[in-house]
Design a protein around this ligand. Structure first.
Ligand code: FES
Ligand code: FE2
Length: 402
């Protein structure tokens, strides 16, 4: 249970908010790079509560500017891209990718061009996604996590349906391994209250340099150990789930799946991309005015996310941590909150928080990826199908959920 002040302190993402300032120390994916095309060169982006426009100018540079034009506020989403940047559709003020004002039609207003700047943020491309950094300069680098930078595998990106709630619900869920046995239980299981939880011997949580490790030991001897990469990434089996706060009550999750080549050969192909349809009907409504598709067929397809979205969204657009009752099995959540608070304090003290990388040449960060893939062995090149569990005895992935 948290006080209202601490609850807000941990979850609000806007500029100036404690968690918002923490989250601004990390690069966040904002869209599929291949979808910013010459035909559709502008795209609206809401990130950490800020309304922005991503664009590609005719020189091929990619910029991210505040949505409202500095002149009188029309949206740059409708701007015309040119060689030197983007020109507001309303009166033609021309901006470059750094937010400099290059022209102010119909006149040339040097005073404005010298003194006014459109808010601009840097953009990078990695694993087929555009990433943005909204924090103070100098910007760090995107951490070289093995699942993102290793060359010996193919990747696929899943753009999840927008999650209509605060990002912290998803992150707390990632430190809550007990839920997988209950929420993601199979049809026909003998005990619907306990799911398959009694097949698990123990859970453990520990700190690692870039986040928090959770360990699940099954009674049949299988050990599943995978991390939360601080602050907002779950690395599970070959996938990373990146939870990007759109604003306080919406989250965009990108899943980057990594399929190593069987012989370790390096490849250089673009990730395949799949946009996942809504898990609820109506898609744009909130609980209780919508209904999630909890059908077990989702699990047959090895997808637990519809059930997760149900659990996260029905906690409320911003879950109320003042009326919860944490139990022993919530120790991972308590640990995540402790780490979150400690790192918010670091940012407020002017220090870099956990997992901020500044060396562009830092070595690949091992997240226990090979071992996770070994436990949940996947069929490389054939999407997210789980085909076997090496050395896993009678235990099957299908019973574990995700
Ligand atoms: S509102 Fe953009 S140029 Fe006038
Ligand atoms: Fe789950």
């Amino acid at each position: 249970m948290e006080t209202p002040e601490v609850d807000r302190y941990m979850k609000l993402v806007g500029p100036g908010e404690p968690a918002g300032e923490l989250l601004r120390r990390y690069w966040m994916p904002i869209g599929v790079a291949a979808e910013l095309t010459d035909e559709n060169p502008t795209r609206f982006v809401r990130l950490l509560g800020e309304d922005l426009v991503l664009f590609k100018d005719l020189s091929g540079r990619v910029g991210l500017l505040a949505d409202h034009c500095s002149h009188r506020g029309a949206s740059l989403l409708y701007g015309r891209v040119e060689e030197r940047g983007i020109s507001c559709a309303y009166h033609g003020w021309l901006y470059d990718c750094d937010g400099n004002i290059l022209e102010t039609p119909p006149e040339r207003n040097d005073a404005i061009m010298r003194s006014v700047k459109q808010t601009a943020y840097p953009v990078q491309e990695l694993v087929g996604l555009h990433w943005a950094y909204l924090g103070p300069q100098p910007a760090p680098v995107i951490p070289h996590y093995d699942a993102w930078v290793r060359r010996d595998g193919h990747r696929k990106i899943f753009v999840q349906p927008v999650l209509d709630c605060n990002w912290l619900a998803a992150m707390e869920n990632s430190m809550d391994p007990a839920h997988t046995s209950i929420l993601h239980q199979r049809q026909g299981i003998e005990n619907t209250t306990r799911g398959n939880i009694d097949r698990i011997a123990q859970f453990d949580f520990s700190m690692i340099p870039h986040g928090l490790m959770k360990k699940r030991v099954w009674k049949n001897g299988v050990v599943d150990e995978h991390p939360v990469l601080f602050p907002n990434v779950l690395r599970h089996a070959g996938e990373t789930q990146i939870r990007v706060p759109i604003d306080d009550t919406h989250t965009q999750i990108y899943i980057v799946d990594f399929y190593p080549t069987p012989d370790g050969a390096e490849v250089d192909d673009e990730p395949e991309v799949e946009h996942i349809a809504s898990f609820k009907e109506p898609a744009d409504a909130l609980h209780p005015f919508t209904r999630f598709d909890m059908h077990p067929e989702w699990l047959e397809a090895h997808k637990a996310q519809p059930q997760d979205h149900m659990a996260w969204e029905t906690q409320g657009p911003m879950a109320d941590r003042q009326n919860e009752h944490l139990s022993y099995s919530d120790q991972g959540i308590a640990l995540y909150r402790k780490v979150l608070k400690e790192n918010i304090e670091k940012v407020l003290a002017g220090e870099d928080p956990m997992a901020v990388e500044r060396d562009p040449d830092h070595p690949i960060i091992d997240t226990n990826l090979d071992e996770s893939i070994r436990v949940f062995q996947r069929d490389p090149g054939h999407g997210p199908e789980v085909v076997a569990i090496a050395g896993a005895g009678p235990f099957q992935w299908k019973e574990a959920g995700r």
